[in-house]
Ligand binder design. Structure first.
Ligand code: GDG
Length: 456
């Protein structure tokens, strides 16, 4: 198997440090043998002529440094200032530049060129995410005919949004070079099919197959899961730890509300703080009793829109704390840094409410992690945005519209006062889903579908 993603988690990184997705991919590669190819994360003055290879048992990690120009134009530019906002329905933040688009294509071509010599005749090729959409097409142009799959981790936007991108047609045509394209939800798949039928003049053939741009391919939903077991066990083993105890014995009977998000405008963080302000106004009896802990590790800080969202969050957190805090209580703990996964599990488990309110999200793994970390005998309540892919599966959460601040405020209050029986019932419903569809199920289902290619 050959996996290509923008960033590669080389196995020298300990499993504790690597994210769940990285571990799932590493495990699959360990079983089948293969290559994981992508950007090293390093930026150098000039594009290097060869990738760096690192052998770990049956797996070869091949990473390429990016030149400063490519980093600025491909990564910060087209991927994160055009595709990311557009795919998250933020036309107002979408900055299209022909120059950045050319760099995006150039890097995809560069990756294809360096990947070719590493391919074996029977390889299955699995490419991840919006940074690398044209990679499959580039490989096909070099004569590669073997099965290639692509999974999109972000939402796929509605036709009217996507067509605002000048290069929309070539992008969708590139997607159709794959044998299998996977999305998180029905919504994303529907938007894609809408484009195929109404913009590309293609056809839906049934049985997950479509025909467009002279190619037949399979398109299907594969909702990503988490390592449910690890979060359940992690939560249970931590339940008697000192930290969880101290978090749980809220001073003065206070309850925690938790949010964990990369600092990204798609996560609805400013709107979340405004909803929390609305909650304190509408339900003053909770003043002094509830604290919102918002963990927001910085992300993509070389992109101006990310610096702006950080500035706005600091302003609002400071304003709200100034407005409501007492000498012995602050309403918001805004933590602009990252924590170890075990620590996150403790925060999840100790929090009465998980407040997960993205404005748009492919899936949102935090929502699943919050649920899986709960104490079965005393589970917390999740308030979840209808615009997170996770809301499709976790529909016994309290589903909200993150732009309706009063609605979110009411849901927070309902979560904080929900009787144990109802909390348990809702939690059990969600756990059934999370146990049935884990990260490994997602990975294995995708690979199984890819094995059946080509579909011509
Ligand atoms: C993209 C899509 C889709 C966060 N802070 C810390 C930390 N995290 C971990 C969480 C979770 C992961 O990062 C974030 O995953 P999300 O799914 O919530 O969001 P994105 O990063 O935007 O992911 C998303 C996902 O891809 C998978 O397809 O669900 O829609 O946007 O696992 O726990 N982990 C640690 N410390 C932190 O401070 N250790």
């Amino acid at each position: 198997m050959v996996v290509v993603s923008n960033r590669v988690a080389v196995a020298t990184d300990t499993k504790a440090r690597a994210g769940g997705l990285a571990v799932a991919i590493q495990d699959a590669l360990q079983q089948s043998g293969g290559v994981w190819f992508g950007w090293s994360g390093k930026v150098v003055p000039k594009t290097p002529s060869e990738p760096t290879l690192h052998e770990a048992g049956p797996v070869t990690y091949a990473t390429l440094d990016l030149s400063r120009k490519h980093y600025n134009e491909y990564y910060n530019g087209f991927a994160n200032r055009a595709l990311w906002p557009l795919f998250h329905y933020r036309l107002d933040l979408t900055a299209f530049s022909q120059e950045h688009y050319s760099s995006y294509l150039e890097v995809n071509k560069l990756f294809a060129g360096h990947l070719l010599p590493l391919l074996e005749p029977e390889d299955l090729i699995w490419i991840h995410d919006y940074h690398l959409i044209p990679l499959g097409e580039q490989l096909r142009r070099s004569g590669i005919t073997r099965p290639m799959g692509f999974f999109l981790h972000t939402p796929f936007p509605a036709l009217e949004i996507l067509t605002a991108l000048p290069s929309h047609r070539s992008l969708v045509q590139a997607l159709c070079a794959y044998d299998l394209v996977g999305f998180h939800t029905e919504n994303d798949l529907r938007a894609f099919l809408d484009y195929i039928v109404h913009e590309a003049g293609g056809g839906i053939m049934g049985n997950h197959l479509i025909h467009a741009f002279g190619k037949t391919l399979r398109v299907e939903i594969f909702p990503i899961g988490i390592e449910t077991d690890a979060f359940e066990k992690g939560g249970a083993s931590l339940s008697r730890s000192q930290k969880t105890e101290s978090l749980r014995s809220h001073p003065h009977g206070r309850a925690w509300i938790i949010g964990v998000d990369r600092l990204d405008y798609s996560k609805g963080l400013v709107e979340r703080l405004l909803s929390f302000e609305c909650f304190l106004d509408r339900y003053p009896e909770f003043k002094g009793k509830v604290t919102l802990v918002q963990i927001a590790p910085p992300s993509r800080s070389e992109v101006p829109e990310y610096r702006e969202i950080q500035r706005m969050l600091e302003t609002h957190a400071g304003r709200l704390n100034g407005r409501f805090a007492e000498f012995d209580w602050v309403p918001i703990n805004y933590l602009n840094k990252s924590y170890q996964r075990q620590e996150l599990i403790q925060f999840y488990r100790a929090s009465r409410v998980g407040l997960i309110t993205p404005l748009r999200d492919g899936m949102n793994l935090v929502a699943k992690e919050y649920v899986a970390s709960q104490d079965p005998e005393d589970p917390g309540v999740m308030v979840l945005s209808r615009f997170a892919g996770a809301a499709r599966e976790l529909d016994s959460a309290l589903i909200v519209n993150p732009l309706d601040f009063e609605g979110v405020a009411d849901a927070i209050a309902r979560g904080l006062t929900m009787p144990l029986e109802e909390r348990k019932e809702r939690w059990n419903g969600m756990m059934e889903t999370l146990r049935g569809n884990t990260l490994n199920t997602w990975r294995d289902d995708f690979i199984e579908a890819l094995r059946q290619a080509p579909y011509e």
